[in-house]
Design a protein around this ligand. Structure first.
Ligand code: B1M
Length: 221
C-alpha cells in the first residue's frame, strides 16, 4: 500500500467507525515509515471533522459519532507514545479537564499528549469535571497552569463558573488559566477572564510555554 492509500484508508475507516481496520492501518503506516503526525492531521482529524459535518446535516446520529470516536481513540492509543516522545526537559505542571456537562475528550487528550511531549507533567482530571474538583486538584498539585476544555456551546459557560470557583477559593492568581475546544474563540476566552486561548494542540503547547515564561520573568523582576 502507498502512504496515500493508508491515509485514505484511515480516513474512510474512521468515518465508518471500523476500529480494528484503523488499528491495523496505523500499525501498517508506522511499519512503512509514515509519520504519526501525518496520520493524525492528514487523515484522523479530518475524518472526525467530516463525522461532525454529517451529524450537523442529519446524516449521522450519536451512535455513528461514538463509533468513529472509538476508532480514533484506538489509533491514539498506538500513536500516543510516539507523539509524546521528544525527550524534552521538565518545563512545568498542568492540570487539565473537560468541563462539567461535557464528555468529549479526544481533543483534550491530544492537547495532553502534546504537552507531555513538550516536557509538561500533566494531571488529567478526565471529563465532566466539576468546578470543586478543579479547585481540589489545583490545591493538591499546585500546577503552573490549569486548562479547561469545552466542546459544546452549552458547556462553555462552565469556564466562567470554574474561574469564579478559583476566585472564591482564593487561588485565581496562583494559577494561569487556559481554555480551548472547538466552539471557543479568543473573544470568548477574553470575556470570561481566561489568561490564554488556543485553537489547537500545538498552539496550546506554544502558548503554555510563553505564559509560564512571562509569569516566571515577572516574578523574577
Ligand atoms: Co459531539 N458534538 N456531541 N460527540 N462531537 C460535536 C462537538 C459537534 C460540533 C458536532 C456537530 O454538530 N458538528 C456538536 C457541538 C455543537 C456545539 O455545541 N457547537 C456536538 C454535539 C451536539 C454533541 C451532543 C450534544 C449530541 C447529542 O447527544 N445530541 C453530545 C453531547 C454529549 C456531552 O458532552 N454531554 C455529543 C456526544 C458526542 C460523542 C460522545 C458521541 C462523541 C465524543 C466521544 C469522545 O470525545 N470520547 C462526539 C464526537 C466524536 C464529536 C465530533 C464529531 C468530534 C470531536 C473530536 O474529537 N474532534 C464533534 C464534531 C467536530 O469537532 N467537528 C462533535 C477531533 C478533536 C481532535 O478536535 O475536539 O476540536 P477538537 O480538539 C482540538 C481543539 O479544540 C483544541 O485542541 C484539540 C486538538 O487539536 N483544544 C484545546 C481542545 N481542548 C483544548 C484545551 C486548550 C487548548 C486547546 O487549552 C486548555
Amino acid at each position: 500500500m502507498t502512504h496515500e492509500e493508508i491515509l485514505q484508508g484511515l480516513y474512510d475507516h474512521t468515518l465508518i467507525g471500523n476500529a480494528p481496520e484503523v488499528k491495523d492501518l496505523v500499525n501498517q503506516g508506522l511499519a512503512d515509515g509514515l509519520g504519526p503526525e501525518s496520520m493524525l492531521y492528514d487523515a484522523l482529524i479530518p475524518s472526525l471533522e467530516e463525522v461532525g459535518a454529517r451529524f450537523e446535516r442529519g446524516d449521522y446520529f450519536v451512535p455513528e459519532m461514538l463509533i468513529a470516536a472509538r476508532a480514533m481513540q484506538g489509533a491514539l492509543d498506538i500513536l500516543r507514545p510516539l507523539l509524546a516522545e521528544t525527550g524534552a526537559k521538565p518545563i512545568g505542571t498542568y492540570v487539565m479537564g473537560t468541563v462539567k456537562g461535557d464528555v468529549h475528550d479526544i481533543g483534550k487528550n491530544l492537547v495532553n499528549i502534546m504537552l507531555e511531549g513538550a516536557g509538561f507533567t500533566v494531571y488529567d482530571l478526565g471529563v465532566n469535571v466539576a468546578p470543586e474538583k478543579f479547585v481540589e486538584m489545583i490545591n493538591e498539585h499546585q500546577p503552573d497552569i490549569v486548562g479547561f476544555s469545552a466542546f459544546l456551546t452549552t458547556t462553555m459557560p462552565m469556564f466562567k463558573a470554574n474561574i469564579n470557583a478559583l476566585q472564591k477559593a482564593g487561588i485565581r492568581d496562583a494559577v494561569i488559566v487556559m481554555v480551548g475546544g472547538a466552539p471557543v474563540t479568543q473573544e470568548y476566552a477574553d470575556a470570561v477572564g481566561a489568561d490564554g486561548y488556543a485553537a489547537d494542540a500545538s498552539t496550546a503547547v506554544r502558548l503554555a510555554k510563553d505564559l509560564i515564561e512571562k509569569r516566571r520573568s515577572a516574578v523574577a523582576v
